[in-house]
Design a protein around this ligand. Structure first.
Ligand code: ADP
Ligand code: MG
Length: 359
């Protein structure tokens, strides 16, 4: 697959803070890429460097094989959708969308007829038909989001950067807009680089997923690979679906304050970034305290604290003797939620082969 964007060892400093620390990556053409990282991990900084709003302190950025060194933001052919939409409040939907074309430089400026035709196409693509003459204060949040997108897409960028584009929307709308963004991108055939702090959004949207960890690349993989095999304890933590245990890796076992976890031969040969031991919330089974564990299982005990019923799943929290909480997720497709007794002890059991061990 052709590469649209390449970052080669890009660093960005704010004083002594390394906001980006040697970022190297390639984005394929015609793809939906999610960029996930906690707040402060450098996501916005990375987009701003790519867009040309900030200059990197080291390394290079190449678009379609051409270095962007010294190319100002407005000449990069890169679109940017801001988190807060950044619309012009006094302009209509149509004028917000046409603004970039009307104000493009000299010879690059299309005729009024061409601008009107482009706006018409993009209004149809983003589902804004009938709202052209409304002020942007007279439309809903989801519609404002579409105007922000339309305004960027109308300039036909070769790459579109979206900084937490769904962050300002309520939960229902957010889920619906995910599908729309994916559909719009597919019809255009350009690459979207979508920044989000939400692991569910990142996993749902990306053809591939980049995880940023304190200014460095934590992992680049298909979403299901990141989800099932996070490359480090830090990545596992951001995914918000793993219990992480500290301790040390010994002979055939991982030993820490929570107990001695016998290792599966395959799991023992796991990844770096530790030592840590990770087991996914939905890989833990809750058993009565007297029930034994099988030879291929690990068992610890905890006291029930609380449950949270979300409809499709039940999340339950158990406190171990050392005080830490373990989270268990049960999928309820054909079960009713379990009722656990407050402060009662239960066995928490998982398969050795389901554990991820970080050396
Ligand atoms: P994210 O978008 O992942 O939340 P940012 O890229 O905004 O993270 O910020 C990364 C780090 O750089 C943070 O520690 C932030 O405080 C710092 N930072 C961002 N912009 C500036 C700036 N203009 N001046 C100084 N520090 C900044
Ligand atoms: Mg940000």
């Amino acid at each position: 697959m052709a590469t649209i964007l390449k970052l080669d060892n890009v660093s960005k400093l704010y004083g002594s803070l390394r906001a980006l620390d040697g970022v190297t990556l390639s984005l394929p053409d015609n793809a939906y890429i999610s960029l996930l990282g906690p707040s402060g991990s450098g996501k916005t900084t990375l987009l701003r460097v790519i867009a040309g709003f900030e200059r990197q302190d080291g390394g290079g950025v190449l678009l379609a094989g051409e270095s962007l060194d010294g190319v100002p933001a407005h000449r990069r052919n890169i679109g940017f959708v801001f988190q807060n939409f950044a619309l012009f409040p006094h302009l209509s939907v149509a004028r917000n969308i046409s603004f970039g074309l009307e104000n493009s430089e000299g010879t690059a400026r299309p005729s009024a007829g061409v601008i009107a035709a482009k706006v018409r196409d993009i209004v149809a693509l983003t589902g804004l038909g009938g709202l052209e003459e409304r002020g942007v204060a007279q439309i809903s949040g989801g519609q404002r989001q579409r105007v922000a997108l339309a305004r960027t897409l109308v300039t036909e960028p070769g790459l579109v950067l979206l900084d937490e584009p769904l962050g300002a929307l309520d939960a229902n709308l957010r889920t619906r807009m995910r599908d729309e963004l994916r559909a719009i991108r597919e019809r255009l055939g350009v690459t979207f680089l979508h920044v989000t702090g939400s692991e569910t959004e990142a996993l749902a949207m990306g053809d591939s997923l980049i995880v940023l960890d304190r200014g460095r690349i934590g992992q680049i993989d298909a979403p299901d690979t990141v989800y099932n095999r996070p490359a480090s304890p830090a990545v596992a933590r951001f995914l918000n679906c793993y219990n992480l245990f500290e301790g040390s890796l010994g002979e055939g076992a991982f030993v820490g304050p929570a107990g001695r976890f016998a290792l599966d031969a395959a799991a023992a040969a796991s990844k770096g970034g530790g030592p840590a031991y990770a087991v996914r919330h939905d890989r833990i089974e809750v058993r009565p305290p007297a029930a034994p564990a099988g030879a291929d299982e690990v068992r610890i005990e905890g006291a029930f604290v609380a449950s949270e019923y979300t409809g499709a799943t039940q999340l339950s929290f158990f406190r171990l003797d050392d005080g830490r909480l373990v989270e268990v997720e049960a999928h309820l497709s054909h079960r009713s939620p379990a009722a656990y007794g407050a402060d009662e002890r239960y066995g928490l059991v998982w398969k050795r082969r389901d554990a991820l061990v970080y050396a």
